[in-house]
Design a protein around this ligand. Structure first.
Ligand SMILES: [Zn+2]
Length: 470
């Protein structure tokens, strides 16, 4: 039988705060085990949590970044469970009243809905040493602020899930909420998946696959689960509701534990943290900190700037790059030329020698001047790219570089005419063949004339003269 997968996501993203969510320990990645731990985040009795204001602001920004509604009132609850990497034996999270509700990301014309987004603390990490047969606990990650983004079960294909996660990562980066480094675990995805027979609208029993940390792993895990569940149903069996772990080496999932329901956690309001009130004014202040999101930029680049969908998507894939484009293109008004300079020229240079855009030897002003020289036909396209390379290597201004290297195209039609005459005299046979119908030779003759004049050659002028003479 053919089955349709029904998929929902829970995305955990670490907030980019300086300190942890309920204590003053640094919020950083790596370092020696247990060197960023205090009585509070290691869960010693008698200590009290103090909520990090910046974590609330970043979580609210995340809500705004996904077009959710930031709530005026939110509060914290205790989720009780024992796990060796959670020394308090409960996690402080938001259950009844999350910081943000609703929202969506549109993929391929479908609105994939977000149910809500809440703040919680991360747990520590267990390091298993199979050789010594011991497990060690590293509590550095205990108390790192997280948001959990919970979607509706709206996904029907692997591609939708993967594109959604990519767009989510991009939006969180744009909003300065999370660096979304999946390989470092700062963004992790849990996938809830069930299948139903094609044509049915009754969801099946779902399995949850925890902690997927790459786009590829998400795809492989879903693919495996669809196959596993289909085989069970085809054989007349029943899928068991459970939590499973994906093994990246084997490409399969294994049962971890039977799935708990919310009531198993005995949630109750956290008595040590007062509720959070955000006034409408405070929410608007936070909204003002959130930049235009990449999906809106893509619309603007295509609709107002005339870029192709591909160009727009490439530019917005990095916020710094997109900001640089915006500033530069706005200054010159040369939207297409600026896109070419950045996507063809600059990207090639950055690939060869990766440099943050903020550390380039030229700024948006120089790039806009370069685009303008090209747009106004003062230099040709080869020179534009060459000047970009020189600016990349040594800095300088486009006009100065163009002057120094003789790249300003000559409007001098006398010189162009002389060059064309010379080329036609030297290549009389080619000229004759062209007139006899071999149209391909025009390019050859153009090339020769441009060669005569060097970098200052003005292709438009030469083309006109050549056309006249032939
Ligand atoms: Zn601490």
């Amino acid at each position: 039988m053919r089955y349709i997968p029904v998929i929902g996501l829970e995305i955990h993203a670490e907030l980019q705060t300086a300190s942890k969510v309920f204590c003053g320990c640094a919020n950083e990645f790596g370092g020696a085990p247990n060197d960023r731990v205090c009585p509070r985040c290691s869960g010693l009795p008698g200590t009290l949590p103090v909520l990090n204001k910046n974590a609330v602001i970043l979580a609210a920004r995340a809500g705004i970044a996904v077009d959710g509604t930031v709530n005026n009132y939110s509060s914290f609850d205790r989720k009780n469970y024992f796990y060796p990497d959670l020394p308090k034996a409960y996690q402080i999270t938001q259950f009844e009243h999350p910081i943000s509700s609703g929202g969506f990301i549109e993929i391929g014309g479908r609105k994939l809905r977000i149910h809500h987004l809440h703040i919680e603390e991360d747990a520590g990490k267990l390091v298993h040493d199979d050789y010594e047969c011991i497990s060690m606990a590293d509590y550095n990650r205990c108390g790192v602020p997280l948001i959990e983004i919970v979607t509706e079960p709206d996904f029907r294909t692997i591609e939708e899930v993967q594109q959604f996660v990519e767009q989510m990562a991009l939006r969180l980066k744009y909003a300065g909420v999370c660096d979304a480094r999946m390989e470092q675990g700062s963004m992790r995805v849990d996938v809830n998946i069930s299948i139903m027979p094609e044509g049915s609208d009754v969801f099946g029993t779902r399995a949850e696959i925890k902690n997927l940390n790459s786009i590829k792993a998400i795809g492989r895990a879903i693919e495996y689960e669809i196959k596993r569940q289909s085989e069970i149903l085809d054989a007349g069996g029943q899928v068991v509701q459970e939590t499973r772990r994906f093994n990246d080496n084997h490409g399969d999932t294994k049962a971890l534990r039977s799935k708990e329901e919310a009531h198993d956690y005995r949630y109750f309001p956290e008595p040590d943290i007062p509720p959070v009130f955000l006034s409408d004014e405070e929410i608007e202040e936070i909204r003002a900190q959130v930049p235009e999101m990449p999906n809106k930029r893509v619309e603007r680049y295509i609709g107002e700037y005339g870029l192709t969908a591909e160009e727009a998507a490439l530019i917005v894939s990095d916020r710094e790059f997109s900001d640089f484009y915006d500033k530069s293109a706005a200054a010159s008004g040369c939207y297409k030329k600026t896109a070419s300079l950045m996507l063809v020229g600059l990207n090639k240079l950055l690939n060869e020698n990766p440099t943050p855009v903020s550390e380039l030897k030229f700024g948006t002003r120089e790039l806009s001047e370069l685009a303008l020289l090209w747009e106004e036909n003062k230099i040709n396209s080869n020179s534009a790219m060459e000047i970009l390379e020189i600016m990349y290597a040594h800095g300088g201004t486009p006009a100065e570089i163009a002057g120094k290297h003789g790249m300003i195209m000559s409007a001098d039609s006398d010189a162009a005419e002389k060059a064309v005459d010379k080329v036609l005299a030297e290549n009389a046979k080619a000229a004759q063949d062209y007139k006899a119908g071999n149209k391909k030779l025009f390019g050859f003759l153009m090339g020769r004339a441009i060669g005569e004049l060097g970098k200052s050659a003005n292709p438009a002028v030469i083309k006109e003269i050549l056309n006249k003479k032939l």
